[in-house]
Ligand binder design. Structure first.
Ligand code: PLP
Length: 448
């Protein structure tokens, strides 16, 4: 077999440290290598394989679309594109809205900003985003992200992006011990920033409503308060649902948890849109924004926007979420997982905080001591002990994901209940092992 290390540049890693088995197949929440080793996927790879691996209905939809028609550009119609747009508007409740298809999440965010600016008549209007957010790795989406890993590569101000402090209740930027107050303060900071920049110069506020790569899960009052603040100031609210959408947070889209009080003007999608079977992203615009664009020329688009094969995969994915009742399943199992993790927190001093649990998404924040809340490693570095834990999980046949001092749990929505509870049992064992090792290391260094 050809070794990838000799010919491929890999994303988000030090090149000469990349070392991974060649994956040759998968089914449900598991995937496997040529040598027979198999892993339970506790992160849906990049929080994207919501339907598990090789979902038969999606695979069949791709196959049958490929036999009929692989590709036409946007200059021509394609049945799966129309069908998917209709389904998305239906599940979002965006009657009269429109869908613009992209290739993934980064370009969905870039396009959402373009549309918000164009609809406002502010081609270079300000966009407010937040620190510790992730909206992608293309240049404009790096500018939108509040991500310390990529911040030096781009001048956010030059892209007319302004960042505010996040609704990070566990380490509240306003030092509030109460999550609701922290959520209020964080939403007020957005309102204040709009006012400081001048509401007539601000096109949009772009935020992740719930789950995010940087591990922030906002307090419940944050999103509705943002909705009010943006509506009062006539600024569009864009929900980046790339990670939080398609059941990950227990609803089709995370903002739906707030009902009518949470409806954004635009939202961006990718990942779960096809369950990662093929690359696809989307911007969903409500009727008002769509109306503003109706008679306008859209000077944008990429060759493969709305690729029929990807859209066919999207249609099959949505039908699978519906027919297998996966959104409700995620809500139910997510609550169970959250309760399990909270119980683990009581037994392990390494766990400072557990967030999420609205669906199959939870963040475990690791600390050296829960009373001082000192992070296990300074963000965004990863402690070598956590690397060891991931390796031990890997050797035991479970793939866990971590970022900085956070463990991110986001298994496929189809994961079997026993597999989930076994994986959580293994995680507790590995965390206890790490806790013991760290205590021994501290003991040794004090004894010296
Ligand atoms: C919230 C969010 N937005 C945008 C993106 C970027 O999506 P993509 O990698 O498909 O460009 C991601 C990817 O992880 C994400 O989590």
């Amino acid at each position: 077999m050809i070794d990838e290390r000799d010919c491929v540049l890999h994303s988000w890693c030090v090149q000469d440290q990349w070392q991974a088995p060649m994956i040759v197949g998968g089914r449900g929440a598991r995937f496997w290598a040529a040598d027979g080793r198999e892993w339970l996927d506790m992160s849906s790879l990049a929080e994207c394989s919501h339907l598990g691996h090789q979902h038969p209905r999606v695979v069949e939809a791709i196959r049958s679309q490929a036999e009929r028609l692989c590709f036409v550009t946007n200059a021509w119609g394609a049945q799966p594109r129309a069908e998917l747009a209709n389904l998305l508007l239906e599940v979002a409740g965006f009657e009269g809205g429109r869908v613009f298809f992209t290739l993934g999440g980064s370009d969905a965010n870039e396009h959402a900003v373009k549309f918000a600016r164009q609809a406002h008549g502010l081609p270079q209007g300000w966009v407010i985003a937040r620190d510790r957010s992730y909206h992608g790795a293309s240049y404009a989406s790096m500018a939108l992200s509040g991500d310390s890993r990529t911040a030096a590569q781009v001048d956010a101000q030059a892209f007319r992006v302004s960042h505010v402090a996040p609704p990070y209740a566990y380490r509240c930027p306003w030092h509030s011990p109460d999550p609701t107050t922290c959520g209020e303060r964080a939403a007020a900071a957005v309102a204040e920033r709009i006012d400081a920049l001048g509401m007539h110069d601000v096109a949009a506020v772009l935020m992740e409503p719930n789950a995010g790569t940087n591990g922030i899960v906002a307090p419940d009052n944050y999103w509705p308060a943002l909705r009010v603040a943006t509506q009062e100031r006539r600024v569009y609210l864009i929900a980046d649902e790339v990670m939080s959408g398609f059941g990950r947070c227990g609803e089709w889209f995370a903002w739906q948890r707030h009902g009518q009080d949470g409806v954004p003007d635009l939202m961006t999608l990718a990942k779960g849109l096809t369950g990662a079977h093929l690359p696809l992203g989307a911007v969903v615009l409500n009727q008002t924004v769509a109306e503003h664009l109706r008679s306008k020329m859209l000077l944008t688009g990429l060759t493969y926007c709305g690729h029929p094969l990807s859209c066919a995969a999207g249609v099959a994915a949505i039908r699978s979420y519906q027919d297998e009742d996966l959104i409700a399943r995620s809500r139910h199992l997510g609550q169970q997982m959250y309760a399990h993790l909270r119980a683990m927190q009581n037994r392990l001093s390494l766990i400072g905080d557990v967030r999420g649990g609205h669906g199959l998404f939870a963040v475990i924040e690791l600390v050296t001591d829960p009373s001082t809340r000192v992070p296990l490693s300074a963000w965004p570095d990863m402690h070598p002990g956590l690397r060891r834990l991931l390796q031990r999980g890997f050797e035991a046949g479970v793939s866990f994901a971590a970022r900085g001092n956070l463990l991110i749990l986001a298994p496929p929505l189809v994961i079997e209940e026993t597999a989930l509870s076994d994986a959580l049992g293994l995680l507790e064992k590995l965390l206890l092992e790490l806790e013991t090792e760290l205590a021994e290391e501290t003991h040794r260094s004090h004894a010296r």
